[in-house]
Design a protein around this ligand. Sequence first.
Ligand code: NAP
Ligand code: MG
Length: 494
Amino acid sequence: MATNESSTLRTPRRLLFGDLWTYAPAPESRDIVRLQPRYGHFIDGAFTEGGETMQTINPATEEVLAEVAVGTSEDVDRAVKAARRALDGPWGRMSGAERGKFLYRIARLIQEHARELAVLESLDGGKPIRESRDIDIPLAAAHFFYYAGWADKLGYAVPGAQVGPVGVAGQIIPWNFPLLMAAWKLAPALACGNTLVLKPAENTPLTAMRLAELILEADLPPGVVNIVNGAGATGSALVEHPGVNKIAFTGSTAVGRHIQRAIAGSGKKLTLELGGKGANIIFEDAPIDQAVEGIVAGIFFNQGHVCCAGSRLLVQESIHDEVMEKLRWRMQSLRVGDPLDKNTDVGAINSREQLERIQTLVASGVEAGGQLYQCPGDLPEKGFFFRPSVFTGLAQSARVAQEEIFGPVLTVLTFRTPEEAIERANNTPYGLSAGVWSDKGSRLFMVAGAMRAGVVWGNTFNRFDPTSPFGGYKESGFGREGGRHGLLPYLEVR
Ligand code: NAP
Ligand code: MG
């Protein structure tokens, strides 16, 4: 039996199944989305024109979707002042129960417009519609629902203490989960009674602008939520604005460091959600077929543009060959291509710059002597695409094994004992996520407990829930988002 299965796995899927595995295209219609030719900012409850613009494109086709204003420091100043006025206005005096109603309303509006938001997210960022439809948008709504429930129960978040809002929050988010990251930032801030200014990523501003329209529809008082578009300089102006009481940043470790220096001594509160290089550890007693699915979900989900991706696979030596054979076989059935096709597993890389960064790091791995396996099949001619890839035969010190790639590239290392697995997993400057696969509960808990990582999954990977705190250790940042912990950065505790 074993020999038969193994020889099957060695035969390319194409030779075995021929056309059986080719699916007819199943494109999601983009008619549901109404794009505006130009987007400004959302300040004090109104859409502004804005001045100079940048373009946001569809990374799967390189088509320009819209012109988007680049926020100046004056735009940021107007937004911060509007947020301050709103804090001193009716919003600041509103009861938690009343505030909660607004969050419920926003959550329901996201649900009502889920299909439209999913198509818009896939158009602007390149992620497969299957993921934006089934993961990003439902989770964004779930975040608002969850924190809506906290709005009138904040006294229980920190028992025995008086709590109140921190004030005006400046929030900066990346391009990998645009609407979901906006929800992670907005929902807890609003539940705690803060007002805020959000800066979306320059590559993916469109769902945030649609969210602004829904916020208007929800009748949130003007100035409670402000959105200023732009690039790094706009984010920097927000960070440095003296009227901001708290900065919440999700993005790269380099920019996070810069922000930490910029606000040192200013008294501003800070949370940083930064990069990662998560270890996915497979023990020899693990359910191998499930683990292979977990490896795929860990690194190829969202093209690997995931801060908590399981980008370092640690396999026990005794099962290395079997796991690799099954993984290669599984990778042959991944469909890479049009993000709007419902059959697509891996969509477009978010930008040309990101694609070039992935190519550079992969070339360094080949140069360092690694063996590279890549998904077979044709890639679309236009747009930014990269084949799901796996490196074996590299040393832990290789650049690809150390640096965050933020793309669909896995590095495989081996270990012999649980102690060695723990040591190798923690041997990274990051500490955001890890996964442990074993049939033995005691081993699972022992290894999970020894991980210096904010999130550890057992016999699964890349699962998210608004009730569960998320965040990092070491160079992956500090502060938690999600769950009760996610309220604390937005509360002044007396
Ligand atoms: P990034 O370059 O650090 O950008 C993040 C955000 O900061 C963007 O809105 C960016 O604007 C803005 N920004 C850039 N320079 C700035 C400055 N000097 N001051 C203030 N804001 C500035 O990161 P990215 O490449 O977009 O995102 C990928 C990174 O995010 C990865 O490292 C990933 O691991 C991390 N990430 C972490 C988490 C987490 O929860 N830990 C979640 C998702 C992603 P522009 O877009 O216009 O440049
Ligand atoms: Mg775009």
